[in-house]
Design a protein around this ligand. Structure first.
Ligand SMILES: [Zn+2]
Length: 460
């Protein structure tokens, strides 16, 4: 079971030396559990609570298949908060986790964002189920608070509610907060013109496995993939609100680790194929360095561009997405993985084996939180979360054989399961690789995320 740490970590320390004093601890301990998914009464006003800078909390997420815990690595200052100043409380409710920033004095919630973790996925693997323990690094980032705050991490329960799992008091005036700027010698490049960070979806590409001698290729690849993305719907029509940048960061060796082939490379982010021993799963497990490098430029979303011709990638909601630079399907991987990363979209395919237990990932009888798959519970039309996009004369479930390509319905087979989960259209970029575009439901979710980060109105 999950442990609730609530400041025990910090309470024993002198209150002037680190982050949280005893006063903060007692305020937080009074927080009710579990927390309802309701929202704060009035929208917090950015300038009242936050400065222009950002705070990053680096954490270790550790445990086994049946137990987990978070612990603090360090709190870090970043020079700029690039995100929305309008939607401080996440209106979507996606993710297996969420973090909340609460004013320590008044207990008022002033920031909230959902996220998912690679650790969650690992917990469904045979290794984790056999009792092996391991840790992964994660970070949460929010605007720099003017006053002491408490950061809560809440985990989604089977019934969809959230339960507090970890809390940390942070005094922004503490001298323990790191202001170091590692990797500051790397340059950043602007890849397209656009509005300032708080009015744009800021996308940052961090290269992986490019050695110094690959510099010309790195420059070409940065520009090529920014163009691929900006020319693809649903982003093409929102180009004016999307800003692309890249970092010129180099690895000691070219390429990337492929453990199944006995290849282990010294790359700057330490990313690797064969995550969870899956053939094509390419991820970054220890993300601290990625976050340090990314902090050199404004970003709402992160791409790791891996210098490899092998097929593979990965994407985790509000963490990162990884794609390869030189595979025949590299465009597809980039766009598909970004769907996971920016909008928490689920895989719509069900015909490929994955390393996790599918029933642990999507328990039968539970409506998934992702926008593009549904359990169609009770076989009621209203239980399909995109029912507003379905014509009244479309039968549900919808038969593939007779349906037009653009017909929105509920097609059985999604989320790695042939039965019990449904997808919106016959095909989608979250289903098949190749030329197919995003379905209407995924497109709507992706467009919403551009509007969210650009501070425009959203329709969750
Ligand atoms: Zn879709």
């Amino acid at each position: 079971m999950m442990h609730s740490r609530r400041f025990r970590l910090l309470r024993s320390l002198c209150c002037c030396a680190l982050l949280a004093g005893p006063g903060l601890a007692s305020d937080a301990a009074a927080a009710p559990a579990p927390v309802s998914s309701g929202s704060a009464p009035a929208k917090p006003v950015y300038a009242e609570w936050f400065t222009d800078e950002a705070m990053r909390v680096d954490l270790f997420h550790a445990g086994s298949g049946s137990a987990e815990d978070y612990s603090l690595d360090e709190v870090v200052w970043e020079p700029l908060w690039p995100g929305t100043r309008v939607h401080l409380i996440d209106p979507f409710g996606f993710g297996t986790w969420r973090f909340r920033v609460v004013d320590a004095a008044s207990s008022r919630e002033i920031f909230r964002q959902g996220y998912a973790t690679l650790f969650d996925e690992w917990q469904g693997t045979a290794e984790a189920q056999a009792g092996v323990s391991r840790s992964m690094s994660e970070s949460v980032r929010f605007p720099w608070p003017r006053k002491p705050v408490v950061v809560h991490l809440d985990k989604r329960q089977r019934d969809g509610s959230f339960r507090p799992a970890f809390s940390l008091g942070v005094d922004p005036s503490s001298h323990q907060i790191s202001r170091a700027r590692p990797f500051a010698s790397f340059r950043t490049v602007e890849l397209n013109p656009g509005p300032p960070p708080d009015k744009a979806l800021d996308v940052l590409i961090v290269p992986e496995g490019y050695a110094r001698e690959d510099e010309a290729k790195l420059q070409r690849d940065l520009r090529r993939f920014a163009r691929v993305f900006l020319e693809y719907e649903p982003w093409k029509s929102q180009q004016a609100h999307i800003r692309f940048r890249g970092v010129e960061s180099f690895s000691l060796e070219s390429g990337v680790s492929e453990p199944r082939k006995g290849l282990h490379r010294d790359t700057i982010l330490g990313s690797s194929f064969n995550t969870f021993d899956s053939e094509r799963y390419l991820t970054v497990v220890h993300t601290k360095r990625l976050r340090q490098i990314a902090s050199l430029a404004p970003y709402d979303a992160l791409f790791v561009m891996v210098n490899s011709g092998r097929y593979g990638g990965g994407g985790v909601y509000n963490q990162w997405s990884v794609f390869v630079s030189d595979n025949e399907y590299d465009d597809y991987v980039m766009l598909h993985e970004f769907g996971h990363h920016i909008a928490g979209l689920a895989d719509e395919y069900y015909d490929s084996a994955i390393s996790n237990d599918e029933d642990l990932m999507y328990p039968p009888g539970v409506e998934p939180w992702e926008a593009n798959i549904t359990a169609f519970l009770g076989r009621r039309r209203e239980s399909v979360k995109w029912h507003g996009l379905i014509r009244p004369d479309t039968p549900l479930p919808t038969e593939e054989k007779t349906a037009a390509a653009d017909l929105v319905g509920a097609f059985e087979g999604a989320g790695y399961k042939a039965k019990g989960l449904f997808r919106p259209q016959k095909d989608c970029k979250m289903f098949h690789k190749g030329l197919v575009g995003f379905c209407a439901v995924c497109s709507r979710a992706l467009q919403n995320m551009v509007r969210y980060h650009a501070g425009q109105e959203v329709q969750p």
